[in-house]
Design a protein around this ligand. Structure first.
Ligand code: ZN
Ligand code: ZN
Ligand code: ZN
Length: 282
C-alpha cells in the first residue's frame, strides 16, 4: 500500500499494489499539466484506491474529449483519477514517497516531446500510445516561434506569457517539494530575469501557493486547468518557468540535476549531466 499526497498535503489517498504499470508520458498535455518534460504515472486496480482526505479540494479539467485531469485546488499538484470503466486508478508516481514495487517501463508520446527534452535511458519508446492500447492522441495547438521571444501557456490555453531574450539557466530539481509540486520525477525549471517576462493573457487565473516553511518555494498554476505556470519572484528579481509550460524552444537544455540525494527511489538518473546532492556549489 502506498500513500500519495499533493504538495500542500490537502489531498491524501492510498493505492494498493501490485501496480500494473509505470509509464513516462511526454505528451504536450502532461507537459503542461505537470510543468515538466514528462509525467510518470502508475496504474493500479480501482478497488485498491481510497481517498483519505481532500476529495473536496480536488478540481477536474476535461483536457480532451475523452480525457480528464485532476489537480489540487490549493497547490495545483496533479491528482489521481479513478476510472470505473476500465476498473483502474491512475496516479502520478511522484505523489508517493518511497519504493512502489515497480519501475518505469517505457516512454510514450515521444513523437511530441519537447525540443529541450532528451531521453537518455534505454527504456522502450513509443511515438504515441503503445500498440494495442486502443486509444488515440488528440491534436493540440501549435505555436509558431517568433525571433527573440519564447512563449508559453497553460493546458487550457487561457493563461499565456512571453519572455524576451535568452534564459540564464535550466535545471532539473529532484527535491521533495519539486517532486510533489510537479507530481513528476523531477522539475525542469528555466530561470530568467523578471524584466524579461510578461503575462500576455489570463493573469487573473494564476493561483500561487507558497510552501509555509520554505523561504521562497512557491508554485503557480492556472486555477481552471491546473497547468503549471511561471512564478515571478520579485524578492529575487527572477522568474522561474516550468519548462513544460513552454510552447516554443527556449534554446537551452537542462544543465544539471540538483537535490539528487532526495530523488525518487524508482527513478534512475541517466545521461551525462552533472549531479549534485543538494544545491550546486557556489
Ligand atoms: Zn494540495
Ligand atoms: Zn501524457
Ligand atoms: Zn489553464
Amino acid at each position: 500500500m502506498a500513500e500519495g499526497k499533493c504538495l500542500c498535503g490537502a489531498l491524501t489517498y492510498e493505492l494498493d499494489g501490485p501496480l500494473s504499470a509505470m509509464i513516462h508520458c511526454h505528451c504536450s498535455m502532461c507537459r503542461k499539466h505537470h510543468g515538466t518534460g514528462f509525467s510518470t504515472f502508475v496504474v493500479g486496480p480501482i478497488a485498491g484506491f481510497r481517498w483519505k482526505s481532500g476529495e473536496d479540494r480536488l478540481r477536474r479539467y476535461q483536457s480532451s474529449p475523452k480525457g480528464t485531469r485532476s489537480f489540487c485546488s490549493v497547490c495545483g499538484s496533479a491528482g489521481p483519477l479513478a476510472l470505473p470503466g476500465p476498473g483502474i486508478a491512475v496516479a502520478p508516481a511522484a505523489a508517493f514517497d518511497g519504493e512502489l514495487g515497480i519501475k518505469p517501463q517505457c516512454h510514450i508520446f515521444v513523437a511530441s516531446k519537447a525540443p529541450w527534452d532528451t531521453i537518455t535511458d534505454d527504456l522502450p519508446q513509443f511515438d504515441a500510445y503503445p500498440p494495442g492500447f486502443g486509444a488515440h492522441g488528440v491534436d493540440r495547438p501549435v505555436v509558431t516561434p517568433r525571433a527573440g521571444v519564447t512563449e508559453g501557456s497553460c493546458l487550457c490555453g487561457d493563461v499565456g506569457y512571453e519572455i524576451a531574450g535568452a534564459p540564464a539557466r535550466m535545471i532539473n530539481c529532484h527535491c521533495g517539494r519539486c517532486r510533489h509540486g510537479r507530481a513528476a520525477a523531477h522539475a525542469t525549471n528555466v530561470f530568467y530575469k523578471m524584466d524579461q517576462f510578461r503575462w500576455t493573457r489570463g493573469a487573473e487565473l494564476v493561483t500561487e501557493y507558497k510552501v509555509p516553511d520554505a523561504r521562497f518555494h512557491t508554485v503557480a498554476f492556472c486555477s481552471r486547468c491546473g497547468g503549471k505556470l511561471p512564478r515571478p519572484s520579485p524578492e529575487r528579481g527572477i522568474v522561474v518557468v516550468p519548462a513544460g509550460s513552454l510552447d516554443t524552444d527556449p534554446g537551452l537544455t537542462a544543465q544539471m540535476h540538483i537535490f539528487v540525494a532526495d530523488k525518487a527511489p524508482w527513478f534512475d538518473i541517466s545521461g551525462a549531466l552533472p549531479q549534485f546532492p543538494g544545491l550546486p556549489p557556489g
